[in-house]
Design a binder for this molecule. Structure first.
Ligand code: G3P
Ligand code: CA
Length: 251
């Protein structure tokens, strides 16, 4: 085997379905998570916000405008209103009637062996932390969860409040040395989630040597998958978990 193939065989990254299987189903809906699970994802990524009445709502944007048939900011809407929205038709008429899920519905839907990467988009501060941690603790969801965010202060807060929680640093920056950045935070970090184009081989090697997982986002093309495989990432976030699984099985 050549060096590239050997590296690919040794490093078998986990498949992380982005917003479920967002390339083939309306993002962040139960249909999308179901498809990601059927396609063999090891983990699914999703985004959360809090509604006006304190419910954890799965949606990428801070408004419903792009992905549903109603508009408005999630933090200003009651969950009863959010639940009326159709979150499937914008993607395809065949998904009409899909709802904007509550976080708990995704956990309830997916088999226990599928881990959940909860990306916190808009924390709303201490109240949000409490609502999220209460849900995860009260339902034995801590072990199955990696919480990620571009807001690293928020992650530090959550980690301090719940030391068992796995946290993942999301960033789009071209860092000088990725593993060193994680070390600067002086807390246990589970994973790095860099933009997939911004991490190189030495960085990946050093991060793995430091005990970090590396889950770059969001790689959808086979050429990008091959590069990530060759540098030894431990997971790949993709809109096409089925295609990535197929790609890995052909190596
Ligand atoms: O969590 C990885 C990725 O989803 C971060 O970017 O904008 O797709 O949430 P975005
Ligand atoms: Ca996300």
């Amino acid at each position: 085997l050549g060096e590239m193939e050997q590296s690919i065989m040794v490093n078998s990254p986990i498949v992380i379905g982005h917003r479920g299987a967002a390339g083939e189903a309306p993002e962040n809906t139960l249909a999308s998570f179901r498809l990601a699970a059927e396609q063999g994802s090891h983990m699914v990524e999703l985004d959360i916000h809090m509604s006006e009445d304190g419910k954890l709502i799965v949606c990428h944007d801070d408004t419903l405008d792009r992905t549903t048939d109603i508009s408005g900011a999630i933090r200003s809407l009651h969950s009863d209103v959010i639940r009326e929205a159709d979150a499937g038709s914008w993607f395809s008429p065949s998904f009409a009637g899909e709802r904007v899920p509550f976080l708990e519905e995704v956990y309830d839907l997916l088999p226990e062996h599928i881990e959940i990467n909860v990306e916190v988009k808009d924390s709303g501060g201490a109240l949000f932390d409490e609502v999220l941690l209460n849900y995860l603790r009260g339902n034995n969801r801590i072990d199955r969860t990696v919480v990620s965010s571009f807001d690293h202060k928020l992650l530090l807060r959550l980690k301090q409040a719940e030391p068992e929680l796995r946290i993942g640093l999301l960033y789009a920056a071209d860092l000088i040395h990725h593993a060193s950045y994680a070390a600067l935070l002086e807390t246990e970090v589970w994973s790095l989630h860099p933009h997939h184009g911004l991490i190189g081989a030495c960085d990946a090697e050093d991060a793995v040597a430091a005990g970090l997982h590396i889950y770059p986002y969001t790689a959808n093309r086979s050429a990008d998958w091959d590069r990530l495989l060759s540098i030894g990432v431990t997971g790949i976030i993709t809109d096409y978990p089925g295609r990535l699984k197929g790609h890995l099985s052909r190596l």
